[in-house]
Design a protein around this ligand. Structure first.
Ligand code: SF4
Length: 346
């Protein structure tokens, strides 16, 4: 596939929330058509990026994210464990590579990493890279010194989600601010690390919050290279354990709108796939999702078994992306039509 011509008007950073709301509400066939048009323009729609996610430090997190079983503040939180040994992580990375993963993501339940923990994480990054895998980590908030250390270790991607709109955010998390998240994203971007940033659907937010999240993501000075859209996994013992279920069409509308607004980004179907039907998966792919996590666990919540994903992709005639195809979309230089300053935060 030859590199797509970037159309200036496709890549925008000046979305209003009202405009995004109107997009999400479009008649479904029209929304899907627009999403598919852009998906076909920037990617091969038969290809899906496959990543593997490993929890390298589980539970005991001091933050109070209402959806997360790893928070030490919630009743029945996941038992706190120590940081995994580097060699054990590399054993998992070798297995992921053998299973076909191109990217290996490592998550730690921290507010922010301590210096000695960062030493070990840097060793993990170097080790995973030496296996020929791309690396991504999610470690909480980072300052500029920490982002530089990760960059020097060879980190490819940093995941730090905004979760929801700025307006709804306070009802979900009280221990870190929206601005602190934006600051970490800016530090990551300034260090030259690719950004993975998205949110969660199903936490009790309304349409305007979903639109606000997407507008904030797309209005960053550069679109995140990866945009994970999670469907809330309702975990018993967390404040959102009995949140109202979101219907699949609402979720598909979020995926399609993200694809339209950030056409060069990999839009990832992240948490919540375990209970999603094959038909809902197919609609998400048609809406422009082109990245999934494979493996039976996503940090601490269940994920479809690998053989189910293989069967699903095969029945849809879809195949894993190889590195050169991944580069087609997100790693291409972006055309900014409304270039805001770096101070607006990434
Ligand atoms: S989402 Fe991350 S920061 Fe929030 S409680 Fe869970 S592990 Fe901690």
């Amino acid at each position: 596939m030859t590199a797509p011509k970037v159309t200036q008007s496709d890549i925008r950073h000046d979305w209003t929330k009202e405009e995004v709301e109107s997009l999400i509400r479009l008649p479904f066939p029209e929304l899907m058509f627009r999403a598919q048009t852009l998906h076909h323009r920037y990617f091969d729609p038969t290809k899906v990026q496959i990543s593997t996610l490993l929890s390298i430090k589980t539970g005991g997190c001091p933050e109070d994210c209402a959806y997360c079983p790893q928070s030490a503040r919630h009743e029945k939180g996941v038992k706190a464990e120590r940081l995994m040994a580097v060699e054990k992580v590399l054993t998992e990375a070798r297995a992921a590579k053998a299973a076909g993963a191109g990217r290996f993501c490592m998550g730690a339940a921290w507010r922010s990493p301590k210096e000695h923990d960062l030493d070990a994480v840097c060793d993990m990054i170097k080790g995973v890279k030496s296996l020929g895998l791309e690396t991504c980590v999610t470690l909480g908030m980072l300052n500029t010194n920490q982002t530089q250390r990760l960059k020097d270790a060879g980190l490819d991607y940093y995941n730090h989600n905004l979760d929801t709109s700025e307006e709804f955010y306070d009802t979900i998390i009280s221990t870190r601010t929206y601005q602190e998240r934006l600051d970490t994203l800016a530090n990551v971007r300034d260090a030259g690390i690719n950004v993975c940033c998205g949110g969660i659907v199903g936490m009790g937010e309304d349409l305007s919050d979903r639109a606000g999240l997407l507008a904030t993501l797309a209005n960053l000075p550069k679109h995140p290279e990866s945009v994970p859209i999670n469907l809330l996994v309702r975990v018993e013992g967390t404040p959102l354990g009995d949140a109202e279920e979101v219907d699949p069409i609402t979720f598909v509308r979020m995926i399609a709108t993200a694809r339209i607004m950030m056409p060069q980004s990999h839009v990832r179907l992240a948490a919540g796939r375990e209970n999603m039907t094959d038909e809902a998966h197919a609609l998400c792919f048609l809406a422009g999702a082109n990245s999934i996590f494979c493996g039976e666990k996503l940090l601490t919540t269940p994920n479809p078994a690998e053989h189910r994903d293989r069967q699903l992709l095969s029945s849809l005639g879809m195949t894993p992306m190889v590195q050169s195809e991944e580069d087609m979309g997100s790693l291409r230089p972006q055309v900014a039509t409304n270039t805001t300053t770096e101070a607006l935060h990434a």
